[in-house]
Design a protein around this ligand. Structure first.
Ligand code: AMP
Length: 310
């Protein structure tokens, strides 16, 4: 794993206990949260720092695999009360998820405080939290090279002005298709992504679940399919895992050149395709770097074709 030359990546987001029902079974209080999936994925490429909060009931030993991969958890606060819990249900369509319950618990009073050593981090991912808190994080940073963010329908509806402030402060936005349509108020996805681009960021990455992801910037377009895995057990966290692979790869290369961004899209998609093979972070625990590289090769083979001669 070539992470000794990589820049560090900071993620601010949820660390959760997820209860998930899918047609293939159930998982109760499994390790989840946007920061968790992101860190697990990014740690294959770069050193990762986590800012988040858990309650006193949180089983800290579940994070041992992240520590073993040099994920710095100094910024993970332990607050009095219960850990954030999310309960979700999937039918046969993995893109159609129903949230059955969200218990914010200690997440409701979360104020991100960056340890001094984190403030110089070069790559920052503001996962889906209150956009006012995303801005608070940025105010604590000295001068990050690259900032990317996510958000969700709740904030787009509830705090559109603050979401706009965040979009003006980041280079990269990573959203799912429904969020892009909602943000741009346009059902046409490509047009909507271009409208989001006009809101401030240089690059907009649109995740489409089992239909892959695409990226737009002022003069470029790149698309990658989802890996055609036949064993989707739990789609939870695929989006955050994609973001972790994407940002981790960029931090490793230290560049936002077109070629690097394209490869980051493929690496993100490759890691995400493993995450869905088991519940919670189980598959990310056993995943190896060479498996990721092999899957990227398969992406290349799967999408290559030759032009007709003449
Ligand atoms: P993804 O499937 O990548 O969109 O992310 C799923 C993860 O997001 C789950 O592990 C949840 O714990 C977490 N999550 C769900 N709702 C929220 C929320 N309102 N705020 C922060 N994290 C959330």
């Amino acid at each position: 794993m070539a992470c000794n030359v990589a820049e560090e990546v900071l993620v601010v987001g949820s660390v959760a206990l997820d209860t998930v029902h899918t047609p293939y079974g159930e998982c109760t209080d499994g390790l989840g949260g946007s920061a968790t999936f992101f860190a697990a994925a990014a740690s294959f490429f770069a050193p990762v720092r986590v800012v988040g909060v858990v309650g006193e009931d949180f089983p800290m030993d579940q994070l041992r695999f992240l520590r073993a991969r040099s994920v710095d958890l100094t910024g993970l606060q332990i607050a009095r009360g219960r850990t954030f819990r999310w309960i979700g249900h999937y039918g046969t369509d993995p893109n159609a998820r129903r949230t059955l319950d969200t218990q914010l618990n200690v997440f409701a009073d979360f104020r991100p405080v960056l340890p001094e050593a984190y403030r110089d981090t070069a790559y920052v991912f503001l996962a889906n939290i209150d956009p006012a808190l995303q801005l608070e994080v940025l105010h604590q940073m000295r001068s990050p090279n690259v900032v990317a963010c996510d958000t969700m329908n709740f904030w787009i509806e509830g705090a559109p002005g603050v979401v706009m402030d965040v979009l003006r402060s980041v280079q990269i936005v990573i959203l799912n298709d429904a969020e892009v349509r909602q943000l741009a108020d346009d059902p046409h996805l490509i047009r909507a992504a271009r409208k989001v681009l006009d809101m401030g960021p240089e690059v907009v990455v649109v995740k489409k679940g089992e239909h892959g992801a695409f990226m737009v910037s002022s003069d470029r377009f790149f698309t990658v399919p989802a890996f055609p895995t036949e064993s989707v057990v739990d789609p939870t966290g695929a989006g955050d895992t994609f973001a972790g692979g994407f940002m981790g790869y960029l931090a490793r290369t230290g560049s936002l050149e077109e070629g690097m961004l394209r490869r980051a899209m493929v690496y993100g998609s490759a890691v995400a395709s493993f995450a869905v093979e088991q519940f919670s972070v189980e598959r990310l625990k056993t995943l190896t770097y060479s498996e990721i590289v092999e899957r990227c090769r398969m992406f290349r083979k799967m999408t290559a074709f030759e032009e007709e001669e003449g």
